[in-house]
Every structure is written in structure tokens, then in C-alpha cells.
Design a protein around this ligand. Sequence first.
Ligand code: RIB
Length: 319
Amino acid sequence: MSAGAKVVVVGSLSLDMVFQVPRRPLKGETVKGFSFETFVGGKGNNQALAAARAGASTAMVGKVGKDSYGELILETLEKNGVDISAMSTDPEAGSGLANIYVDPDGDNSIIIVPRANDRLLPADIDRARPLLEKAGLLVLQLEIPMQTVVHAAELAAELDLKVLLNPAPAPDDGELPEALYKKLDYLIPNESEAGLLLQRNIDGVDAALAAARQLKKRMKPGAVVLITLGEKGVAGIGPDDEELIVAAYNVDSVDTTAAGDAFAGCLARGLTEGLSLKDAVREACAAGALATTKPGAVPSLPTRVEILNLVQAGSGKNT
Ligand code: RIB
């Protein structure tokens, strides 16, 4: 196992089945779609690829099934320079699947069936310890078992490794273990995930700042909470309790799938390359915006050059 990646992502990998539809079907309704394509996806996989394309040395820890989807997922990671030495293939489960409906506004609805992702267990994380010992940041999401997420965060704390959690998908009851919150350096929900975590509606920058302040109290001292607000940018609270607001970039969106993953992966790159928090968030906002300009998860994840071009061109709003 090679042990040089700065960003280690522990999480899910899937095959996305994407339907372009005029609108999402209602109960009992059949809707005729425009087109269908498959893409490599899964939040963990997307975040690892986003970090690698943004320029970070990256490793992925996860599980695929012993099938052609699993082979394609591993091949795609490798082609993008992601270290897959801690990936495993489960002979008894299929690879994770996602069914995604994208409407003409680029908004989506997603159903996931975790399959092999549900079989990523604490012992798999222990096997990746050599990677974590050398890493600069552990990136987590919630498409794998919660016990595995908590175990990874605990191991990171033992190794003095910083932890970033993208709490997606957020549990309906909003409950995350206190033991997990206490290990987090960065928490990056979107508006609706933050709403679930706090069990109230969060709409707009002021509500997001109040929510970030409340979530930060549950975390490690000096932690950072960043709430992504789509077209309204990002609002959060930094390590010294300072407010951080970054405007969104103006782009023509066709599919918002993986925008949050592009944000997370690019942010991980910035944080491990010594960027200031504000600059890292600015680049991550650009990555998230760019990911909405192309269909599908993985094909839409931007490269370092594309991210820097958008940051330099700016939207006129990012000061
Ligand atoms: O965040 C986007 C991802 O969510 C998709 O790639 C899909 O696999 C789901 O996990």
C-alpha cells in the first residue's frame, strides 16, 4: 500500500443511472424521459475524484462489488491518479447504484441502493491506517454505515489527522452521534442538510450563519462550519467564530449532480495545500459551480486549470 496521499476519502462509490426527465414522477404516474446515460458516481468517489482533479494527491477507501460496474469505478479512479490501494472488492455484493432524475432546470432527485457500500466496515478502515498516518485530511460523507464513519473519525483523532464531514445524505431525524461531532474539524452541509441536522428550516445567509454557529458548538474547539447555499454561495463560521460569506459564481447550470462533491473535494485540496480558509472556499465555490455546467457526476468535476480560470474571471461579487 502506498502511503503518500494528503487527502484520504472514506466513502461510497456507485454507478449512476441518470434519466433526463421533463419533471419528477408523482405517485402512481409514468413519465416519459428524454434520455438515459450511466456515469460513475457515489459521493465518496466523486469527492476523491474532485480532490484529485483539483490537484490534490488523493486516496480512496471504499468497497465495490465484483461486477463490471466495480471494475469501471476502480479504473476511473486510477485513470485520475487516485490511490486505490485501500479499495476492496466484495465478492458477495453488487456495486452501489444510484437512480437519478434530472429535470430541465438541472435539479435532481436521487435514489441510492448502497449494496457493497453497506459492507464497508471498521476493519476495512483499520487496514487503511498506513494511508491515514501520512495524510493531511480525512474526508467523510454518510453513504456508508454510521459505525464505519464514526470509527474512521476516531482513528483520525488518534492519529491527529483533521476530519471533514459532508453530512450527505443527512438522516431524516437529524441525529448524528455526539462522538462524531466531537471529532470534526470541518462540517460542510448544504442548506437542507443543515436544516435536517437542526430540525428546522434554513433559508438564506442569515439563517445559515445562525445554523453554522449552533452546529459549531457541537464540534471540536476551533472547528469550521460551512453551509453551501447554491446560488447564494456559502455562509459559515470560521475557527475564531468569525463569519465567512463567499458569493456564488454565475454559470449556466444544466445538472446540479455532484456540485456538493466538487465543493468538498476542491475544499479538501485547498485546506491541505495551505490556502487561507477564504481562498479555499472561493476555489471550492468555483468547483461547485463548474460541476453544474455539464451533465453527470464524474464528467462534470473540474480540473485545477478550469477552477483557477473561473476564480480569476470571477463573478464580480467575490471580493
Ligand atoms: O452527490 C451526487 C451523488 O449522490 C451521485 O453521484 C449519486 O451516486 C449519489 O450518491
